[in-house]
Design a protein around this ligand. Structure first.
Ligand code: HEM
Length: 498
C-alpha cells in the first residue's frame, strides 16, 4: 500500500510542475503580449511550448502556419527569435515591403548565421550580400550576351550528362548534378565546371552544407556545438577549392571570360568570391535541380503531356534545323538563349513547368525587420529583429484559387481557364513583388534544355527504386522546409529512341 508521505510527495511535485508550466506560459504570453499591447503586434499563438516556443514550426511547418494563422496574423517565438506568421490575406504586404531584409532572414531561418547583428557579422567577414552588391553581380552574370557566349559549352555539358545516363536513373541525383555543373559554369568558374572531379567535390560539399541547418542551429545560433563546427569545416573546404582555382588563375596570369575572372577584375577577395558563390548556389541550385527532375517525373506519369511536349519540342528544334538525321545536340546549336525562353515559343512546356512549380514549391518564405526600428506593414506592427513568415501553400494549394490543388494539371493555366488569374497574386513560383527571382530566365533555360534532350533521346517511364512501374507521383509533402525529392524515391527507366 502507498504511504501518506508518497501521496504527499506526488501531490506536491504535480503542483510544482503545474506551477512552473503556468509561470512559463504566463511569462511567454507577457513578453509577446507586451509587444502586442504597446506595439499592436499580432496576438500570440497558443500553439507553443514553454520557453522554447512554437517548436511545432520545425516538425510540421505548413500544419503549424496554417492552424496558427486561422484567425489572422500571429506572433510566436522560436527560443529567442521573435516571429510573426501571416495568412494569405496579407500576401501583398509580405511581398511588397521594401524595408525588410530577404537574405539575412533566410540565413537565420536556415541556421546559417551565428547572429542577426549585421555589424557583428560584417566584423567577422560574414556578409552574404557583399554590402548589397551581390544581386548586381548576379544580374551581370545572367546577361543574355554572357550566356549566349557560353552556350556551346553549356550544350556540351548537358549532352554529356543526358547521353551518359544509365537505363534506370534517379533524376534527383543525375539531373540535379547536371544543373549544378551548368550553374557553376555560369555563376562561379568555368575552370571548376570543366573538371568533373573538382565540380563533383564542390557539389558534395555544397550538398552537405545544404543539409546542415537543423532546428538546434536555428534555435541556438550562438552555440558552438558539433553541427556548427561541422558547418565551419565544410565552408573551409568549399573556400579551399575556390581559393585553389583563384590562386592558380592569378599565378598563371590566365585571363578567362568567366565569372571568376569577372570577380577578380572587380577586385573581390577570395573570401568575397566564395561568399557570393555559396549564396548564389543556395538561391539557385536546390530549386532548379529538383524542379528539373520533378518536371521529368511529372511528364513520365502523364504520357499524354509527354507526347504533346515531345511534339512541341520537335517542331521548335525543326524551326532552327530541319535535318533530323543528325543528333539533337548538333541541331540545337543555332538556338539562342532568348529563343528557349521567349514567351510563346514553347507554350505547352511552359504550362507544364508552371504547374510543376505550383504543385511542388511548398515552402515557408521569410523576411527580417533588420531596420533597427519597429515598422508597420499593412496594419501589422513588426517589432525590430522580428522575422515574418508566409507559406507558398497559402496560394499554391488554396482551393479558392485552384481547383483540385493537389493534382498536376497544366491545363489550369490554359486560355479560358487561367486559374492563376482568379485572384491577384495567386502564383509565387518565382516570387512576387520586391524579391522576384533573379535567376528565373536562366533556370527556365536550363530546365527546358534538359527536358528537350531527355524527351527526344529517351522513352521515359517512372519507376520505384526497384524498377517497378509507378503511374502516380507520391503525394506532395507540404511540411518540408525546402523543396525536396519525392518520398518514396521516384526513378526513371530510360529506353533510347531510335
Ligand atoms: C526553378 C528554379 C527556381 C525557382 C523555383 C526559384 C524561386 C524563387 C523564389 C520563389 C524567390 C522569392 C523568394 C521569396 O520571396 O522569399 C526567388 C528569389 C531569388 N532567386 Fe530564385 N528560383 C529559382 C532559380 C534561381 C536561380 C538559378 C538563381 C540564380 C543562380 C536564383 C536566384 C534568386 C535570387 C538572387 C533571389 C532573391 C532576389 C532578391 O534578393 O530580391 N533563383 N527565387
Amino acid at each position: 500500500m502507498d504511504s501518506p508521505i508518497k501521496h504527499a510527495a506526488f501531490f506536491f511535485s504535480t503542483l510544482l510542475t503545474a506551477a512552473i508550466v503556468l509561470a512559463f506560459t504566463f511569462w511567454k504570453r507577457k513578453i509577446l503580449q507586451k509587444s502586442a499591447n504597446s506595439l499592436s503586434a499580432p496576438r500570440p499563438t497558443s500553439i507553443a511550448y514553454p520557453i522554447l516556443g512554437s517548436l511545432q514550426y520545425f516538425s510540421r511547418h505548413w500544419d503549424f502556419l496554417r492552424s496558427a494563422t486561422k484567425n489572422g496574423p500571429v506572433s510566436y517565438h522560436l527560443a529567442s527569435h521573435k516571429c510573426i506568421a501571416v495568412p494569405v490575406e496579407n500576401r501583398q504586404q509580405f511581398f511588397s515591403d521594401s524595408r525588410t531584409s530577404f537574405a539575412l532572414a533566410y540565413a537565420v531561418m536556415l541556421g546559417a548565421t551565428p547572429s542577426m547583428n549585421k555589424d557583428f557579422l560584417s566584423s567577422m567577414g560574414f556578409d552574404i550580400t557583399l554590402g548589397g552588391r551581390s544581386n548586381k553581380f548576379l544580374v551581370a552574370l545572367m546577361r543574355k550576351e554572357r550566356i549566349n557566349d557560353n552556350l556551346p559549352i553549356l550544350y556540351s555539358y548537358a549532352d554529356q550528362c543526358i547521353s551518359g545516363l544509365s537505363a534506370q536513373t534517379n533524376p534527383f541525383e543525375t539531373i540535379y548534378a547536371t544543373i549544378f555543373r551548368l550553374t557553376v559554369n555560369t555563376i562561379a568558374s568555368s575552370s571548376i565546371a570543366s573538371s568533373p572531379a573538382i565540380c563533383a567535390a564542390l557539389g558534395e560539399i555544397f550538398h552537405e552544407l545544404d543539409q546542415s541547418g537543423t532546428p538546434f542551429t536555428i534555435l541556438f545560433p550562438w552555440f558552438m556545438g558539433w553541427e556548427r563546427i561541422q558547418r565551419f569545416y565544410l565552408m573551409k573546404k568549399f573556400y579551399n577549392i575556390m581559393t585553389a582555382a583563384i590562386d592558380e588563375r592569378r599565378k598563371e596570369g590566365r585571363n578567362e571570360d568567366d565569372p571568376m575572372q569577372y570577380f577578380i577584375d572587380a577586385g573581390l577577395s577570395s573570401m568575397e568570391i566564395t561568399q557570393f558563390t555559396l549564396a548564389a548556389l543556395f538561391a539557385g541550385i536546390a530549386n532548379t535541380g529538383i524542379v528539373a527532375a520533378y518536371i521529368l517525373c511529372d511528364l513520365a506519369t502523364h504520357p499524354e503531356y509527354l507526347a504533346q511536349v515531345r511534339e512541341e519540342l520537335d517542331g521548335f528544334v525543326s524551326s532552327f534545323n530541319q535535318d533530323e538525321s543528325i543528333p539533337l545536340s548538333t541541331r540545337i546549336q543555332s538556338i539562342t538563349y532568348e529563343d528557349w525562353i521567349a514567351t510563346g515559343n514553347l507554350p505547352i512546356l511552359d504550362r507544364c513547368l508552371t504547374e510543376t512549380l505550383r504543385l511542388r514549391i511548398a515552402t515557408p518564405l521569410h523576411r527580417l525587420n533588420d531596420s533597427g526600428k519597429d515598422i508597420e506593414i499593412g496594419g501589422i506592427l513588426m517589432p525590430r529583429d522580428t522575422i515574418m513568415t508566409f507559406h507558398t501553400s497559402f496560394m499554391h494549394h488554396n482551393e479558392d484559387f485552384y481547383t483540385e490543388p493537389l493534382k498536376w494539371d497544366p491545363e489550369r493555366f490554359s486560355e479560358g481557364r487561367e486559374e492563376d488569374k482568379s485572384a491577384p497574386m495567386s502564383f509565387c513560383g518565382w516570387g512576387l513583388g520586391r524579391h522576384q527571382c533573379l535567376g528565373q530566365k536562366f533556370a527556365k533555360f536550363e530546365i527546358f534544355l534538359l527536358t528537350a534532350l531527355m524527351v527526344s533521346s529517351y522513352d521515359m517511364q517512372a519507376v520505384n527504386k526497384d524498377g517497378l512501374p509507378i503511374t502516380e507521383m507520391p503525394p506532395v509533402e507540404l511540411n518540408n522546409t525546402v523543396i525536396s525529392p519525392p518520398n518514396p524515391a521516384v526513378h526513371l527507366k530510360l529506353l533510347a529512341r531510335s
